[in-house]
Design a protein around this ligand. Structure first.
Ligand code: ATP
Ligand code: MG
Length: 411
């Protein structure tokens, strides 16, 4: 059918024509905002799920809902290459939020106070106390400048929350790829929120990311359980998956045969990204206006090729030979979570030797640990991709240096 009218959105973060399912979560978010606005407390959430299940889409929905409720939305995507940018980024995002809520000319005492705390917070970014963002507001004395991220962020969120309250507004900080926040950063956010909740301020933080989030220590750990729910975002159930497939086509006056739907659901297993990609390819192939099982079947090859080329391949591109072998060995063992010792056995090594490799893969967001001693792929169907991409498992040689060390230890 006409490519111009293809209604599917197989792109990271692209809002689909129909956001299927997820009502439970959007409703929870609305309740959170409404309760905070009324000076009530409510658990916020950190949503976790595999790649391509729709976490970013959901956060974007939250942003829309928040804006519609006149909340100021601060969006941040955490990065594994954060080179000490967190404080700076937070400072400038919150500064914008403050200015959006109340322009400088109309600042009352609380807005001015928030601005001053932000200056202190932003200034401690650099050694020489300058903040690259131009903003001629004096720093607040003794607030936001302790040099401890948790204490400083607490001062900032309290001050911004109070300024928001003054305006009968709220501020929601939405953090995507939350697994890339450093422990200290996530802890700081949690500690700060612990304070704003006590003060019943209309400011909150919602996160989304891979199942592997930073390990928390001390108070932050116990606060986290009370301050957050940790909903798991997964593949869509059958009804929602059907809707995600059919409804976009219907908007363009096309339909699916019953068999076509069944086949598509079987191929995609209800994963949102896979549904978008298969729907997209089937649309391209089908003469229409009804998409048949034959069309879906014919679309399969293009669908897989596209997934391999983009969704899967990008994850593997930066992997070293040993990392690739590790992933391939896991695939050898199957799609589920694998024990570190089993993977090591396939690679004819000790698990301790492979510990660093495994840690690197977790760090890169390719693996996560569903339980102690196990690792699983963060990308659905990655095992099958690995078998296609690397048909033969090649066990890399133990590197020379390591061998010498081992020889030395033996001698
Ligand atoms: N509820 C939904 N209904 C239909 N399609 C969806 C839904 N949620 C997401 N999608 C589609 O799925 C794909 C992946 O969505 P998104 O990028 O939000 O996933 P993600 O969980 O953030 O993935 P990643 O972990 O890679 O960032 C996109 O193509 C999007 O259009
Ligand atoms: Mg995402």
């Amino acid at each position: 059918m006409d490519s111009l009218r293809n209604p599917y959105t197989p792109n990271a973060g692209a809002t689909p024509e129909i956001v299927a399912g997820r009502l439970e979560h959007t409703r929870a978010f609305e309740v959170l905002l409404q309760r905070l606005m009324r000076g009530r407390t409510e658990q916020s959430m950190i949503m976790t799920g595999l790649r391509g299940v729709g976490k970013t889409v959901l956060l974007n929905e939250f942003a829309d809902l928040g804006r519609a409720a006149r909340w100021e939305i601060v969006e941040l995507e955490a990065s594994k290459h954060d080179d000490g940018q967190f404080r700076q980024t937070m400072a400038s995002l919150l500064r914008s939020a403050l200015l959006q809520m109340s322009p400088r000319k109309r600042w009352g005492g609380r807005a001015r106070q928030a601005a001053e705390v932000l200056t202190s917070f932003g200034m401690s970014v650099t050694q020489n106390g300058t903040w690259s963002v131009s903003w001629d507001v004096e720093p607040a004395e003794g607030l936001g400048d302790h040099g401890d991220l948790a204490l400083d962020l607490t001062d900032v969120l309290v001050a911004v929350g109070r300024a928001a309250q003054d305006q009968e507004r709220g501020v929601a900080i939405l953090v995507d790829e939350v697994q890339f926040l450093r422990s200290a950063q996530l802890e700081a956010l949690i500690q700060a929120l612990h304070k704003t909740v006590q003060r019943k301020l209309p400011i909150t933080f919602v996160g989304a990311g891979l199942p592997q989030i930073a390990e928390l220590a001390g108070d932050a750990k116990s606060y986290a359980e009370r301050l957050f729910r940790f909903p798991e975002i997964g593949s869509l159930d059958e009804d929602d998956a059907r809707e995600a497939l059919i409804r976009p086509a219907e908007l363009e006056d096309a339909t699916y045969s019953g068999e076509a739907v069944e086949l598509a659901l079987e191929i995609t297993k209800g994963y949102p990204y896979f549904i978008q990609e298969l729907g997209y390819q089937a649309w391209e192939i089908a003469p229409g206006p009804q998409i048949t099982a034959d069309d879906v079947d014919a679309a399969r090859e293009g669908y897989l090729a596209k997934l391999d080329r983009s969704f899967f391949r990008v994850r593997l591109d930066r992997a070293t030979a040993l990392q690739t072998a590790y992933l391939r060995a896991m695939a050898e063992l199957g799609p589920s979570a694998q024990k570190a010792s089993d993977v090591a056995r396939v690679l004819r090594r000790e698990s301790t030797q492979l510990g660093p490799t495994r840690a690197e893969l977790i760090d890169m967001g390719l693996l996560y640990t569903p339980e102690h001693g196990y690792a699983a792929f963060t990308v659905p169907d990655f095992d099958q991709f690995m078998l296609r991409a690397v048909p033969q498992l090649v066990i890399p040689e133990v590197r020379r240096r390591q061998r010498r060390e081992t020889d030395g230890a033996d001698a």
